[in-house]
Design a binder for this molecule. Structure first.
Ligand code: H2U
Ligand code: ZN
Length: 354
């Protein structure tokens, strides 16, 4: 198979294809054309709704927190089951029972949305925080997964971070979100079905096999420690997409040992430092974990991993758009995952801002 000419690659996790057009990436590399000056943020911003002691929507004040801080989202996308009136639920259910149910099906859902501040410092991001600070973040995500996952009717806990204005995140104060849902959302559901079928067909775990093969080959590996490996997956869609895979077959954050929590914090700091150093800016992305559903089913096939989806392509300002053919047909990329991995390997893990 010649990877220098147009081809499509299969993602066994989503069972979708991506078109790769390497010949188009042969255009000369312009390097860092536009560099945006680094933002000099204050340690504390009196107008930030996430800084300690400040007022949030609805008149609530944040406590003077010193580590991580979790609160219920003031504008939640989901409501807990006891917040929703029976009338609303009944209306939707009756719609589903109608004769056109196959065309207009809907069902009531419930859930909880929370915001997790990483640090009281307004100006820090993951790669600028110390190891203990990032470990505290991982422990907070873990506790939240347990707390929300144990709730009646919560079947999935999605931990994610949306970073940078280009991703629609308006507040630079370091934070992530957690949405816990009564149902398993589309992306994890697709991946779980694929992992389950793979286990049945191959007698082994899809991501155990992937991490082993990637480590053996090495071409797409960006960095690793004893417990986690970060790769630009063979089937990556975003230019500098990363998949961080646990070495051990472990399903969820609460199953990690202390050493694995330290390993995850280490890989998070190193990966995000490389991202920032690539174009010498605070690199935007959406990232999040895929972990075992909390629906009580065994899900032995589920393997904990973390996706990073960053939109930037060539510089601080040139981003990839998922439009045209990609909206209508399928995702496409020019830069090969192997070249992207090489670029990310080529930058330092020491953050450019010191
Ligand atoms: P981003 O991660 O996309 O920046 O979102 C921050 C969340 O903070 C967003 O979901 C919530 C918004 O609903 N928020 C509050 O809960 N209280 C506020 O006072 C402002 C924003
Ligand atoms: Zn702040």
């Amino acid at each position: 198979m010649n990877f220098d000419t147009p081809h499509r690659r299969f993602n066994p996790l989503t069972r979708e294809w991506v078109l790769v057009s390497p010949h188009r990436a042969k255009r000369p590399w312009q390097g860092q054309v536009e560099k945006t000056p680094p933002e000099n943020l204050p340690h504390y911003d009196p107008t930030c709704y996430l800084c300690p002691g400040n007022e949030r929507a609805g008149g609530v004040f944040n406590p003077p927190y010193t580590g991580t801080f979790v609160f219920d989202n003031d504008f939640p996308a989901l409501l807990s089951s006891n917040q929703q009136s029976a009338t609303v639920q009944n209306t939707v259910v009756s719609g589903r029972r109608s004769t056109v149910a196959d065309l207009f099906s809907a069902e009531p859902v419930s859930g909880n949305c929370r915001v997790v501040c990483f640090s009281p410092r307004h100006d820090l991001t993951l790669p600028q925080m110390d190891q203990a600070g990032v470990e505290a973040v991982v422990r907070t995500w873990t506790e939240q997964t347990v707390d929300l996952g144990n709730r009646e009717g919560i079947n999935y806990v999605q931990v994610f971070e949306n970073k940078g204005a280009v991703m629609g995140c308006s507040n630079p104060h370091p934070h992530s979100q957690i949405w816990a849902t009564s149902y398993i959302p589309n992306e994890p559901a697709k991946e779980l079905a694929a992992q389950s079928d793979y286990l049945r067909e191959h007698g082994s775990c899809l991501l155990c096999d992937t991490v082993q093969a990637e480590r053996q080959n090495g071409e797409r590996v960006v960095c690793a420690n004893d417990h986690f490996t970060a790769v630009v997956p063979f089937w990556a869609v975003w230019p500098f997409e990363l998949l961080v895979i646990a070495h051990r077959h472990v399903g969820a954050l609460p199953n990690l040992s202390d050493a694995e929590i330290a390993g995850l914090a280490d890989i998070l700091r190193r990966v995000t430092a490389r991202y920032d150093n690539l174009f010498e800016i605070s690199f935007p992305y959406s990232m999040g974990f895929h972990q075992t559903p909390t629906d009580g089913a065994p899900h032995e096939d589920c393997h904990l991993h973390l996706h990073f989806y960053p939109p930037l392509l060539r510089s601080a300002t040139v981003r990839k758009f998922m439009v045209g053919f990609e909206m209508l047909a399928m995702p496409q990329r020019d830069l090969t995952p192997e070249t992207a991995a090489e670029r990310l390997r080529g930058v330092s893990e020491v953050h450019y801002r010191g």
